[in-house]
Design a protein around this ligand. Sequence first.
Ligand code: ATP
Length: 436
Amino acid sequence: PTRPVINAQKVNALLGKTALGLIEKVAEEAQKQTLGVYLVGGIVRDLLLERANHDIDFVVEGDAIAFAEHMQATYGGSVHSYAPFGTAKWHLDADTAEALGIANGKLPDHIDFASARNEYYLHPTALPTVYSGSIKLDLGRRDFTINTLAIQISPAAHMWRIVDYFSGLDDLKAGLIRVLHSLSFVDDPTRILRAVRFSERLNFKIEDRTAELITNALPMLRRITGERVRNELNLLWQEAAPESGIYTLAKMGALAAIHPAFKAPSHLGKLFKRLRARDLHQESDAYWHILLSHLPNEDITAIGERLLFGKPLITAIQATHTILYELPVLKENSPKPSRVVAVLGAMPAFSLEIAALFAEEPMSTTIRTYMDSWQNVRPKADGNTLKAMGLSTGPIYSQILLQLKNAWLDGEINSQAEEERFLETLVKEARDHDSS
Ligand code: ATP
């Protein structure tokens, strides 16, 4: 059978000279120490699929922290290590590139080293405890077969050897997402979300038995922390068409397993598309607004609390809900501007932005006009003007200023002279009222 070949030319073609130079320098140093070092994870899967991926991850059969520190001592940059997991990040800079003698074109910000490890789960859904182990054990703790592939770069005799202990190459060829063992989703239910994300991104099928295991493990989703669910879904927003991932999760019952009120709105695809057409798509919050603002406020709160959103995001999504569904004046054709300002005045800017993007006409134009002009309308007069006119201070001040502002908004006054005349009338009325 034809096996994909990985070599320097291929890495150069897909990832560029800088990445190749870096990998070769790491290989060189590892080979001097006859240390087993492997490229692992997404970058390997993607190289074999001929997709670019710039996250360079290595597994070291030994002490990855010591190895990263050796690279840093030799070539500069800085190392941040995490001893409990035996991992280290080597941060690169322009000086490192020069010391390495590689082009400073698209130098990655950092590369990751991990000590080969096996994980032992104390109990389901807990963070794993880490033990040293060989590359096979390390690869064996990964989520899907296509993510277990590695490229050995050291010792020298094995440079560019593809390591495939779990039939990852076959699944890569067949386009299948397959777990390594039947308890995989029980060990870590976030893999359910990962399976859908990879399947959407690569257009791979979730293999039948794996799909069955997902169905059985759905109730486990209830137990994972809000932060992990949120992080995993935030990654989905970075995919080309996250709506299809959300629909799949909804259909398989995963959203409901996360929280019973969590449902995908039917207009999701249309709204996500609008978001992508705007710069707003970089804001993961925007996706949450779309996903949740169609729900009643109590469900927004419940899901927001489940996913540990924090109060500001929950409040903002509720504001989006209010703007889109609960303000009848916004559904009118040409509503009086002052009535619009009265209801939108307290709304967060981001909620207005989102609502303007998703509302149909005439609501969208009304919200935009509010943002572009009405919200900035102010009368010339202020508290000092009223004081100078001899009006005694009190709640009447804000009432008069509001009336002035509304008169500007609704076109009842259009010049400073008109404002002054109107103000005199209002102040006179207030005085008469006072003295009566
Ligand atoms: P991407 O292209 O999205 O970065 P990736 O495969 O690099 O994809 P990461 O989330 O960066 O994904 O994870 C790196 C590797 O770590 C994966 O290839 C996978 O083997 C492993 N991994 C990540 N999360 C899990 C998990 N929850 N369970 C098991 N293995 C995981």
